[in-house]
Write a new protein. Structure first.
Length: 619
């Protein structure tokens, strides 16, 4: 600790020690007499069991036990909230703090000092620990040259010991300042020293008045120590004409120190210039800063007791680690919730787009029923032309050709071409919707795999919309169908007419032979029978044709329904199948995650209440 000559400062140090001892006793009495009922935090509970609020258990526990319980609950949250890449870091930090509390052993107060070579942090530590009254030049040289021989640029642990030693990482020295606070100093220069600083009870961050917050790593460390129970920000003066505004560091009030003056003062004392030593030392601001820390952490009469300042500081540090770990868990849950909101945000616009695509595809493809009607009219015109080529009298020599002539006329080439064109258009829309579905489900590999399988199964080819045409054509040409039926009737009409004509002639001839009728009457009767048979054949073919057109109308009406149903099915299963499945999958996933997040937030809220109570006890 900074000291002054016994001849000049003995009374000053005596008064200061008396005041500090009184203050420490008062702090100890206040801390020991304070008792708060606190429900102990349970270990990790299952999600389903934490949905209900935990009833408070009226149990009085020590701050150490309360901090241990809170840490256990916090550690239980880590694997359920944090990303995999962060779990190991935070679990290591929290577990290390828990292990210290579990052992129950007292340890020295840890004072962490962070600052790079230009900041003046090492000079501050030297000024705090270099005793001008000590004649141990070995200790002084080791203290001042420690960073020159430090292993891999730190950290350096400086501990109080009756034997001076230095191994490149740990420096053991005799120090009244460390003895008075029952502490040790951990010096860090690297920008990624947050893990080390989190384990310290008091943290001193050092920068200079030229770089201020722009010192490498300073802002990140300040952000990581937001909830630290005890942090000092020291700004060293590298340029005397550069002022420092107290409000430029946010909520942290900086302490202005000139460590180079303190070092010069110590050198002046070594040369016997006591007045210059005193002037430089007081101008440096280091004694005031040293005294502030001294007042905070002066030990009680029982340094190893649970109520000692170092012991309480250890509990505060563990509580702080629980707080920052909980904050990290809360931030991760908030990020997950925001990510979930961002994921489901496109769902409603996509639903509207799917509805619009479905309606547009139906209207543009079938145009109501216009497209099918036009195709039917085209085929009807060819069938009518075929019937015109099959008049009733031609059945005598073409009765066996009826099915082939009608079969050639039943061709859906025009309608099939239109439907093939729309199939290609729907295939293009399908690819666009599938890409949007993949974008929507980017956060779920399982959903993406499911969509890939669905996309592979639901290919749209050129004939996907034309399948009803093939089915209805097969219905017309099927055995026992309308085409075969009209051919049978044509054949039957020809055979029946021929039989009737022959029968009439035979009958007339027979009657003439037996003399029942005259020759003229026989001829007239035969002709009359033949004419009647031909007329019957004509009417029979007309009825067959009429029956054909009735069957045709029924088949065409079914064709319209089939085309519409097939188009709806293609749009639903093939065009928008991927995006619909993706939307449903994301909505189901979002519902489950929302429930999980709600349960986790409830659990973290309960843990936060326990932490607040513990933090109030430790103030």
């Amino acid at each position: 600790m900074l000291s002054s000559p016994r001849t000049l400062l003995a009374s000053h140090y005596a008064k200061r020690r008396i005041a500090s001892t009184c203050y420490a006793n008062k702090v100890t009495r206040d801390f020991s007499s304070r008792r708060t009922e606190l429900a102990p935090a349970t270990a990790t509970a299952s999600i389903s069991s934490t949905a209900a609020a935990k009833p408070p258990v009226p149990t009085s526990v020590s701050p150490r036990v309360a901090a241990r319980n809170v840490l256990k609950s916090t550690i239980g949250l880590i694997p359920r909230t944090l990303p995999l890449e962060q779990q190991k870091i935070w679990d290591k930090r929290a577990q290390k703090a828990l292990d210290e509390l579990e052992t129950g052993k007292s340890r020295p107060l840890r004072v962490g000092v962070w600052g790079d070579k230009l900041s003046g942090a090492s000079e501050i530590v030297t000024g705090l620990l270099d005793d001008p009254l000590s004649g141990d030049t070995t200790q002084r040289n080791l203290l001042r040259q420690r960073w020159d021989s430090a292993a891999r640029n730190g950290p350096i642990h400086i501990r109080r010991n009756s034997v001076v030693s230095w191994d490149g990482q740990v420096l053991d020295i005799k120090s009244n300042w460390l003895q008075n606070i029952n502490g040790e100093i951990i010096e860090c220069r690297e920008s990624n020293a947050l893990d080390i600083l989190l384990s310290c009870d008091h943290i001193i961050l050092v920068t200079d008045n030229l770089r201020r917050l722009s010192a490498p790593g300073l802002q990140e460390i300040i952000q990581g120590l937001t909830h630290a129970p005890s942090v000092s920000l020291v700004v060293t003066e590298r340029a005397s004409d550069v002022p420092v505004l107290t409000n430029e560091f946010g909520g942290i009030k900086p302490i202005i120190v000139k460590p180079d003056l303190a070092i010069r003062g110590l050198d002046a004392f070594a040369q016997g210039n006591v007045n210059q030593y005193q002037n430089l030392l007081m101008a440096s601001g280091l004694p005031q800063f040293s005294q502030a820390i001294f007042r905070l952490y002066t030990e009680s009469n029982q340094p190893s007791s649970p109520s000692s300042t170092a012991s309480r500081a250890a509990v505060r540090s563990s509580t702080h680690i629980a707080r920052v770990t909980l904050s990290a868990c809360e931030a991760a849950v908030d990020n997950a919730q925001q990510s979930l909101l961002n994921t489901v945000a496109p769902i409603e616009p996509l639903k509207a787009e799917v509805s619009a695509i479905t309606l547009d595809a139906i209207n543009s493809t079938l145009r109501g029923s216009t497209t099918v009607h036009e195709g039917v009219i085209s085929v009807e015109s060819r069938i009518k032309s075929a019937f015109r080529r099959l008049p009733w009298y031609s059945l005598w020599w073409r009765a066996d050709e009826v099915s082939s002539v009608l079969g050639e006329a039943i061709s859906w080439s025009s309608l099939g071409t239109q439907l093939s064109f729309h199939s290609g258009r729907l295939a293009s829309i399908r690819e666009q919707m599938h890409n949007k579905a993949l974008t929507l489900t980017a956060s779920s590999p399982l959903l993406k795999n499911r969509l890939a399988q669905l996309h592979a199964r639901t290919v749209i080819d050129s004939g996907v919309l034309s399948s009803p045409l093939s089915q209805r054509t097969a219905q017309l040409l099927a055995p026992g169908g309308p085409v075969e039926d009209i051919q049978r009737k044509a054949q039957a009409a020809v055979m029946a007419t021929a039989a009737n004509i022959i029968g009439s002639g035979v009958l007339s001839t027979g009657l003439f032979t037996i003399g029942s009728i005259s020759g003229g009457t026989a001829i007239g009767a035969g002709l009359l029978g033949s004419i009647a048979s031909v007329r019957w054949m004509q009417s029979m073919w007309a009825r067959a044709e009429k029956r054909w057109w009735a069957d045709w109308s029924r088949v065409c009406a079914g064709l319209e329904r089939d085309c519409e149903a097939n188009l709806n099915q293609v749009i639903r299963e093939r065009v928008t199948g991927s995006i619909t499945t993706g939307i449903q999958g994301v909505e189901a996933l979002a519902a489950r995650r929302t429930e999980t997040i709600s349960v986790l937030k409830q659990e973290m809220s309960e843990l936060n209440k326990e932490l607040e109570v513990l933090e109030q006890r430790l103030k």
